[in-house]
Design a protein around this ligand. Structure first.
Ligand code: MG
Length: 376
């Protein structure tokens, strides 16, 4: 007997047809003040999408902003995208993603649309993995059960040198493999002094990443990269505006520091441009900003084909499963932000984030807390 390839529902003996979809916004206060060269993280506007299936299944997904635009994402979801989900198959994330993407042609590629698609796509993957009884990291590839962590919470630009050093030493003592220090002080020597103090304190056995948050010109980034080179910097993140691919390529050709980009890119094609140009040595694809798990995995696999590693931006509670799914993940960024709305924290063992083993996304939401923080 042959089974039609599209007949997944009968094969799996459940009805995964989406019968309801809702979206709302909950504001999470930042867990610590976070400042970089161009902005402050004001609050996590968390966009939730919940879907239910005819067979009684459910999926809860989310995306986020760092303080602006969340209402626009909710408006886009409620003005058609949620209705368009009804009747689609939650077991088929590619079909769902493509249907919604096609219906938003006039506003793609763009941040608001990608964030809306991500909230839906993560809900679809949650429903699909839950119904299949598989944790996300296994369903999406299952490369390994845990991933090394580096810490960003101790490296913000407003910290003075003593604070940077103290927190880097603490991260080292906790077994984390690296620390990220924000750069972009008015003068290069200020950055250099801060980084030198951290390197002297932690020694050669810890990775030091730096992040300029798109604040520099190519010329200034080349000058500062040369200053920083003796410190054995692990990567130089977002040195230039994200749409300056040519500038990143010139910088990459001029320095031994690996260039990391991706948190401000919103489509697979933008990553392809960077990789083809040799302008990125590490990609930091963000599951919310790229439009969900479905495109995130494609970017990770695309990077693999260029022999480039993935170290995603933020959202460690979800990225822990995705970095464990693919073979070319390098690091997970440690920035806890869901403690106010979850019943359990991400497990950390020996400096590694451990992928949840529960079916679905594996995030234990405290739904009463989420509801109390609801603003839209
Ligand atoms: Mg960054």
């Amino acid at each position: 007997m042959t089974v039609a390839p599209t007949d997944t529902r009968s094969r799996l003996e459940r009805d995964s047809t989406i019968v309801s979809a809702e979206a709302w916004l909950s504001d999470l206060e930042v867990e610590t003040v976070r400042t970089d060269a161009v902005q402050s993280f004001l609050k996590q506007e968390t966009i939730f999408v919940r879907i239910r299936t005819a067979g009684g299944g459910e999926g809860l997904g989310y995306s986020y902003t760092i303080g602006t635009g969340g209402a626009a994402v909710i408006a886009l979801l409620r003005s058609g995208l949620l209705d368009a989900l009804i009747g689609l198959d939650a077991d088929r994330p590619e079909a769902v993603w493509r249907a919604l993407f096609s219906s938003t042609r006039a506003t793609t590629v763009g941040a608001i649309t990608s964030l809306a698609l991500a909230a839906v796509d993560t809900a679809v993957w949650d429903a699909r993995c839950t119904a299949a009884g598989l944790p996300l990291w296994v369903a999406a590839g299952g490369a390994r059960p845990s991933i090394p962590l580096y810490d960003t919470e101790g490296g913000w630009l407003h910290f003075d040198t003593d604070e940077l050093v103290a927190q880097a030493v603490e991260s080292l003592a906790r077994g984390l493999g690296g620390v990220k220090i924000k750069v972009g002080k008015p003068r290069g020597h200020e950055d250099l002094e801060r980084l030198t103090a951290v390197r002297e304190a932690v020694g050669p056995g810890m990775d030091i990443m730096i992040d300029a948050n798109q604040s520099m010109t190519a010329a200034e980034a080349m000058r500062r990269a040369a200053l920083f080179e003796p410190l054995d910097i692990f990567w130089f993140e977002e040195p230039l505006p994200a749409d300056d691919v040519a500038g990143h390529r010139r910088l990459a050709e001029s320095t031994s520091l690996p260039i990391a980009v991706g948190e401000s890119l919103y489509s697979i094609g933008q990553f392809r441009e960077y990789l083809q140009a040799g302008a990125a040595s590490i990609v930091q694809v963000d599951v919310a900003r790229i439009g969900g798990i479905t495109p995130w995995l494609k970017v990770a696999h695309l990077a693999e084909s260029f022999n480039v590693a993935v170290a995603p931006h933020f959202l460690m509670e979800l990225h822990v499963s995705l970095t464990c799914a693919v073979p070319n993940a390098l690091y997970l960024e440690h920035i806890p932000q869901l403690r106010a709305v979850t019943a359990a924290e991400m497990t950390i063992t020996d400096g590694h984030g451990v992928a949840p083993t529960a079916p679905g996304l594996g995030i234990e939401w405290d739904l009463d807390a989420v509801d109390r923080l609801r603003v839209l």
